[in-house]
Ligand binder design. Structure first.
Ligand code: V1P
Ligand code: CA
Ligand code: ZN
Length: 384
């Protein structure tokens, strides 16, 4: 259709599991799984389900999760939830229930194991649809839990569905690109593939004093051993706007596609890089965030779109609905249709594209030329 960035249609598969909507991290927690149900309700209300193939719900099995996680950690996740065995070990050593400054990032919650199976099953199923050649783009907005490590939970992530999906894709494609536009560094996925020459990981993120996950994701962290220069990090200061973001994103990703030539792309679309997020301090608009998706789509390489962070839930749902439209290649009108969750969008005037109030962009302070310097450093790594 003419409204597509590159004038071409794509076959899109869509995964949605209603079993995630009621998962509750606790009353004061920022992570609200219901935002995925909100996004789904919006997608449905715009009629976008008619433009996609709905994938059948299939929770990941214990064996599938064990392919990228340690056995003792997986046993613990399963047993803590089902309550079928008294747990005698120190769950804090596994990143669970650890109290830091009065808040618990990774609480042991009701239905935790089932939740892990469902969101990671979605990413695996979506990856398989791409591998089987059934789709050009596959979507799982409940996935994208990029911080989980092989043996422990981190940053609201219990199992790493991304690592599972990439591993699945590696059985069918020679080179897989992982791209992460969540406001946080994609540390768990980076660590899993740091020494691989078949996976390139690229994370754009806020990198400021005291910002999770703290001292990593620096511009000179480039991987190791056989994977050297196949890890890229693009750190940013507070206040980054659409224009500055794309002044880095476009040249870097164009060059990545040129030199790495991936056969499949996994893109984590964390919506906490949007303006007005509760945790992030970048100032992307929904249009600016979605332009990243449109740009990667234009290369016509099998593309897996995943969710991730995003803590102002009305912004998150509007963003992922709009990106679903970008995937199918349809322009949707800005007025949010009347539906079950429509009252959540009152603050943004019932529009998809809410306004960005640009404050100071600390990346664009004249003489220092942070954007140009950082972009050149990354391009220099790429030339190696
Ligand atoms: O900053 C921390 C730990 C706790 N601090 C004292 C050190 N944790 C962050 C975790 C952010 C996780 C982001 C996940 C993702 O990348 C992917 C899904 O988006 C944190 C923060 C924060 N402001 O950074 N935890 C919490 N806030 C928190 C607040 C209330 C209740 C529970 C956790
Ligand atoms: Ca990121
Ligand atoms: Zn995040």
């Amino acid at each position: 259709s003419a409204s597509c960035p590159d004038g071409q249609k794509r076959r899109v598969c869509y995964y949605y599991d209603s079993g995630i909507a009621n998962v509750d991290y606790g009353p004061r927690h920022n992570m609200v799984p219901r935002r995925v149900d909100m996004a789904h309700a919006l997608v449905r209300s715009y009629g976008l389900l008619d433009d996609m193939t709905r994938l059948r719900e299939r929770p990941a099995t214990e064996d599938e999760i064990c392919a990228v996680h340690d056995h003792d950690y997986v046993d613990l996740l399963r047993d803590l939830t089902l309550g079928n065995k008294p747990v005698t070990c120190d769950v804090k050593a596994y990143g669970l229930n650890k109290v830091v400054n009065g808040s618990i990032d990774n609480p042991v919650i009701p239905g935790m194991w089932d939740y892990c199976q469902r969101y990671s099953g979605g990413s695996l199923t979506a990856a398989r649809a791409l591998a089987a050649g059934e789709a050009d783009i596959a979507i799982n907005w409940s996935g994208g839990m990029h911080h989980a490590c092989s043996g422990k939970a981190s940053g609201f992530c219990y199992v790493n569905d991304i690592t599972m999906a990439v591993t699945e894709l590696l059985a069918h494609f020679r080179r897989v690109l992982y791209l992460d536009i969540d406001v946080h560094h994609g540390d768990g996925v980076e660590a899993a593939f740091a020494d691989s020459n078949r996976v390139m990981t690229v994370s754009f993120h806020q990198c400021t004093e005291g910002f999770f996950p703290f001292k990593n994701g620096l511009v000179d962290d480039v991987g190791e051993g056989t994977g050297i220069y196949r890890t890229l990090n693009v750190p940013m200061k507070e206040g980054m706007d659409d224009e500055g973001y794309h002044r880095m994103f476009r040249p870097i990703m164009a060059r990545v596609m040129e030199v790495f030539q991936p056969e499949a792309i996994v893109m984590q679309c964390g919506a906490d890089s949007l303006f007005g997020d509760k945790l992030g301090r970048l100032n992307l608009s929904i249009g600016g965030h979605a332009r990243c998706v449109a740009f990667m789509r234009s290369f016509n390489v099998p593309l897996l779109l995943l969710g991730g962070g995003g803590y102002t839930v009305n912004h998150v749902a509007a963003c992922w609905c709009y990106e679903t439209a970008v995937a199918v290649g349809k322009e949707i009108h800005d007025d949010i249709p009347s539906h079950w969750y429509d009252h959540y969008y009152q603050d943004q005037g019932y529009k998809i594209h809410y306004p960005v109030k640009q404050g100071r962009n600390k990346n664009d302070n004249g003489r220092e030329a942070y954007i140009a310097t950082t972009t050149n450093k990354v391009l220099d790594h790429l030339s190696k």
